[in-house]
Design a protein around this ligand. Sequence first.
Ligand code: ACO
Length: 324
Amino acid sequence: MTFAKISQAAFYVPEQVVTNDDLAQIMDTSDEWISSRTGIKRRRISRSEATSDLATHVAEALLTKAELSASDIDFIIVATITPDALMPSTAAKVQANIGASGAFAFDLTAACSGFVFALATAEKLIGSGAYQRGLVIGAETLSKTVDWSDRSTAVLFGDGAGGVLLEAAQSPSFLAESLFTDGKRGASLTSNEQPLQSPFSDSSEADAFLRMDGRAIFDFAIRDVSGSIVNLLEKTGKTPDDIDYFLLHQANIRILDKMAKKIKAPREKFPANMMAYGNTSAASIPILLAECVENGIIKLDGSQTILLCGFGGGLTWGSLIVKI
Ligand code: ACO
C-alpha cells in the first residue's frame, strides 16, 4: 500500500510591504480600526509578479530543499482564485517555469479552502500508487481582484504563495479528513463574475471585484467551521490534546480566537501570521506551515500531529489531520 507524506514546505511573498498606515493614506481607514477588528498590521502587495511567479518561487524552493530536480516531479497542483488566466493554468506556467516536463499540472479553485482541498486530492493521487511526488501550492495575487475603493474589503487581503512537496511513504500520515461545500450560501463571498457577452446572449451583469458579507462569513467560520473540526476530532476519537498545532486559514484574529474557544483548545496551539500578510486565501495555510517549519515550531520529522483547516468562498470548508 502507498501512502503520502509532506516532506518539505516553503513560501514566498512579494517584497513590497503595505502597512495599515499606508492604506490610511489612500482610503478612509486607520491602523486602529483594521488592527482591532482583524489583527492585520501589514500585507505584501505584488508590484509586477503574477500568481505564477509567486508559485514558481515556491516550487523552486521546494526542489532546492529536497535536493530534487524538476524531472522528479509527477504533478503540480496550484490552488488559487487569482490565476494569471484560466488558460493556460497557473500550474501549467509553473510546470514550464521550473522545467518539470514530465509533470501534469492543473489549478484547483476552492477559495480559502483551496490548499486543503488540493492537499486532500494530491494525497489520493499518491495513495493510488500511480505517482511518487507532487507539488501542492497555494498562490494568490488578491490585490488584483480587490475593489480598492471599498474599504470594508480592501484592508483585509494580501498577496503571497506557499506550498509543500508531497512524496510517497511506507506508513500513513494523513489520518483523517472532512471536506464540505454549501453552494446555497455562495453569494456571501464572490469574485470575478464573468458576464455572457456573445452577440447571441442577453446582456448580463457581472461584478469583477471581490465582495463579501463580513458578518455572514464571520458567523459561518465560528459556527460551521468550528463545529466541523469538533466533529472530525470526535469521529476520529481524538481530543484537542492529541493535536500539536491547529493551522487555520488566516482570515482574521478574532475568528481565530473564537474558533479556539469553540474547539476548546489552548490558543497557543493556533499559530497566526495574518498580522504580517493579511488574508492570502489559498496561500494562507501553506505560508503559515512553511513559517512554522522555518522557525522550528513544526519539525517535519513525523513526531507531531497537526490539523489544517481552510474555509471561505463557495462556501467551502475542510480539515485534514496530518502526522507531520
Ligand atoms: N476602516 C474604517 N471603517 C470601516 C472599514 C475600514 N477599513 N471598513 C468598514 N468600516 C466601517 C463600516 O463602514 C461601518 O461603519 P458604520 O457603522 O458607520 O456603517 C463600521 O466600520 C462597522 O462595519 P462592520 O462591517 O459592521 O464591521 P465589523 O465590526 O463587522 O468588522 C469585518 C468587519 C472585520 C470584515 C468583520 O465582519 C469580519 O471579521 N468578518 C469576517 C470576514 C473575513 O474576515 N473575511 C475575510 C475573507 S473570507 C475568508 O477568508 C473566509
